[in-house]
Design a protein around this ligand. Sequence first.
Ligand code: NAD
Length: 443
Amino acid sequence: MKVTTIGTGYVGLVTGACLAEMGNHVVCLDVNPEKIRVLNEGGIPIHEPGLDSVVARNVAAGRLQFTTDVDAAVNHGTILFIAVGTPPGEDGSADLQYVLAAARSIGQRMTDYKVIVDKSTVPVGTAEKVNAAIREELDKRGATATYSVVSNPEFLKEGAAVDDFMKPDRIVVGSDDEQATLMMRALYAPFTRSHDRLMVMDVKSAEFTKYAANAMLATRISFMNELALLAEKVGADIELVRRGIGSDPRIGYQFLYAGAGYGGSCFPKDVKALVRTGREYGQDLKVLNAVEDANDRQKLVLVDKVVARFGEDLAGKRFAVWGLAFKPNTDDMREAPSLTIIEELTRRGAAIAAYDPVAMSEASKVLSANPGVSFCERAEHALPDADALVIVTEWKEFRTPDFDRIKAELKQPVVFDGRNLYEPTLMKALGIEHHAIGRGTTT
Ligand code: NAD
């Protein structure tokens, strides 16, 4: 099939590359010429495990192209995915300007039947707005081309995006149109061969499903983070509690880790947008309001622990920070808890020596205005003369570090373990002062 993705970011690029892998001919469009230049020169503008080889293979096979040429891109695809950003607007609602601009750019050019797919995460009712924007553009130029708008929210996880796209848990298609549904089924058939995981539903339910999924996941995290705060006060260990409750299949083990708060390009904005949708419809979403509040507080938990240990004035103090990306296996810094933590520590006068396995380049852009931050090429280079080590992202390489070196290089052996990577008993045996989340402090 001929496919176009409008937007070549995390979602658009992965979607385009994985569809090309199944034999489709894909054109990926972006308004950012730099991104397209990098791709056309054989580079990958984001860090996503396994993506480079899929892209390279399909470019070489002539099935995957990158362009800034809107005419060519709209003309190419029979199925056009809109995969542009939907950042939060000032009031928390999803900002649809990029989605609607993409819709208009389709309406201004299309001459034959197209299936327009909302892949971006968009509030209930957006498909109608996309439909109206296209209709308006067609009417303006007196064109009569037919089209269908379907919703196909994306559930991939950054850091495992290629795998998630290739082996999806489910593919949700919101469609009120039989022809479009058939085409979506055909497009996704190679991804659901073992058993059918494609669910067709009405458009609004599909749009809602994506928000419901992210809101549920964010709720689990905030729930555990809040219990972790209490666990510390009552002297319980949240890790043992996690295992205790996760064993119940109704609860399950996944997404139950207490930590330094959730971040990223999805959970914060999607929770906000759903709360906002609730407000628009006169429905106060009490649980989700609390989920957001709890997360805002949780992003400060490590800072509170540092302040409790070293005092409010951190002038002259230096901290090694391991992990900057909002989660492992990505370079995405959007809404990363590390940003809040670093800002709060440097605001109190501290100097930060930061390290991340892949997000250094992104992080240095976002943190360039903060003179208190320096970047280190290797994790251990951040340690010398630091008053403590602060772990913010649970990269694998931090799981079994050289503890002797940590002890030797830090001014004093103090670790703030924002992802509960280390067993308190081991830390005690090693003589490391260990501040964990929901597990108390081991000295
Ligand atoms: P992104 O910022 O990485 O990519 C969006 C791209 O769209 C950018 O490269 C931008 O230049 C481009 N763009 C903007 N307007 C355009 C236009 N008119 N024409 C062509 N290109 C245009 O964003 P992302 O992370 O890929 O997210 C895209 C959407 O998918 C969002 O709604 C997001 O919520 C949703 N989503 C993201 C993830 C994720 O893990 N990143 C997962 C599921 C869903």
